[in-house]
Design a protein around this ligand. Structure first.
Ligand code: CAA
Length: 380
């Protein structure tokens, strides 16, 4: 067993760290306040190869492994989780899905642009009445011969107003349950496709979240991904990889808050000494460091499982469940260590605390991760 990173992995991590600390940090507080989507930075991340990290270079991707992906996600998320969720959705939910299950024509037409950042992608599964209960899709796609007629509403869609390509999950035969669901590629601007108002969110406020409406959208037959009825399994498999990305995001948020808290505790003085010398603070730092390292091991193990071709449904669920819990708990502690300064925006930790919450909700709530884990261990 070897826990060390390769030289290539260290270079990739350092490049992401450098980009985050120089480019993402600039204006991050303002983007959060104004809910400003970082369009220019997305372009730069595309140029750096961060939007198609694991995609085969023949489709314009960087051809890296999942370990590289989580290293990049951690570094970006330490500074700006709004930027990192754009990276995660584009890589895990859109590029991966197309590369693993799409036709050659779909890859040529869409993946090549998504992997380079020329296009941004969105993944549309959640509905007003189908969030955790993803099989209960109400959005319907009726087979009309050479096209499907798509009708319905999708909620809380990341990149909702900014994407060029949307992967939309819809029911094609309600009598077949999860086997009557398909995934479709919908393009921005298709007739009958409307983007609703932007959500005003607690955290990741720089990311672009919308409700989407599909009214009689004609989706060409060739835009269905995979075999007829394979859409639910497509969504589940895709989300298993997405959960590795969100786990790495949660890890980055926690690690970012810890690094700020450690630095602050070495500078701030109270009762005649730096506050890190008080056991009340030192023990908090010890707990943070330990839990973050444990989360990092789970995230790396899930990424390694994916790279090895092992099943990663459970390891990704465990990584997301644990890393998001650590992110939530320790960003609160980072605010506490900062005292009054933690409560004002300039010190960043209050934003990280708000950003942490979503990691326990999207791409499967913590309760859903426990369903995935428990079902698998019980059936073994
Ligand atoms: N891989 C392949 N197939 C899978 C699978 C997986 N990981 N998980 C389930 N399946 C298959 C099952 O084997 C089953 O197939 P058979 O009928 O052939 O046996 C079929 O799918 C149905 O599975 P279940 O009976 O387990 O389905 P369920 O209704 O009990 O739901 C669930 C399972 C795990 C709760 C699932 O609904 C789920 O993951 N819900 C959460 C959805 C979610 O994560 N939403 C996030 C929205 S996306 C988002 O947040 C993106 C963003 O913008 C950031």
């Amino acid at each position: 067993m070897d826990f060390s990173l390769s030289e290539e992995h260290i270079m990739i991590r350092d490049a992401a760290r450098d980009f985050a600390q120089t480019e993402l940090l600039l204006g991050v507080i303002e983007r959060d306040e104004k809910q400003h989507f970082p369009a220019e930075l997305v372009k730069k991340m595309g140029d750096l190869g961060f939007l198609g990290i694991m995609v085969d270079p023949k489709y314009g991707g960087s051809g890296m492994d999942t370990i590289s992906y989580v290293l990049i996600m951690e570094e970006l998320s330490k500074i700006d989780a709004s930027a990192s969720v754009i990276v995660s959705v584009n890589n895990s939910l859109v590029c991966y899905g197309l590369e693993a299950f799409g036709t050659e024509a779909q890859k040529e037409k869409y993946l090549t642009k998504l992997a380079t950042g020329e296009f941004v992608g969105a993944f549309c599964l959640s509905e007003p009445e189908a969030g955790s209960d993803a099989t209960s899709q109400k959005t319907s796609a009726i087979d009309k011969g050479d096209y499907y007629l798509l009708n319905g509403t999708k909620n809380w869609i990341t990149n909702g107003g900014r994407a060029d390509v949307y992967i939309v999950i819809a029911q094609t035969d309600k009598h077949k349950g999860s086997h009557g669901i398909n995934a479709f590629i919908v393009e921005k601007g298709m007739e009958g496709f409307h983007v609703g108002p932007k959500e005003n969110k607690l955290g990741i406020r720089g990311s672009d979240t919308h409700t989407l409406q599909f009214n009689d959208v004609k989706v060409p037959k060739e835009n269905r991904i995979g075999d007829d009825g394979a859409g639910f399994r497509f969504a589940m498999k895709t989300l298993s990889g997405g959960r590795i990305g969100i786990a790495a995001q949660a890890l980055g948020i926690a690690a970012g808050a810890y690094e700020l808290a450690l630095k602050y505790s070495k500078e701030r003085k109270a009762f005649g000494t730096e506050i890190c010398n008080h056991q009340a603070i030192a023990f908090k730092l010890a707990d943070m460091y330990t839990d973050i390292e444990a989360a990092r091991h789970l995230v790396m193990k899930a990424a390694w499982d994916k790279d090895q071709g092992n099943n990663y449904d459970v390891s990704s669920a465990m990584a997301k469940l644990y890393a998001s819990k650590v992110a939530m708990e320790h960003t609160v502690e980072a605010v506490q260590i900062h005292g009054g300064n933690g409560f004002v925006k300039d010190y960043h930790v209050e934003r990280l605390m708000r950003d942490a919450k979503i990691t326990q909700i999207y791409e499967g709530t913590s309760e859903i991760q426990k369903i995935v884990i428990s079902r698998n261990i019980i059936k073994e």
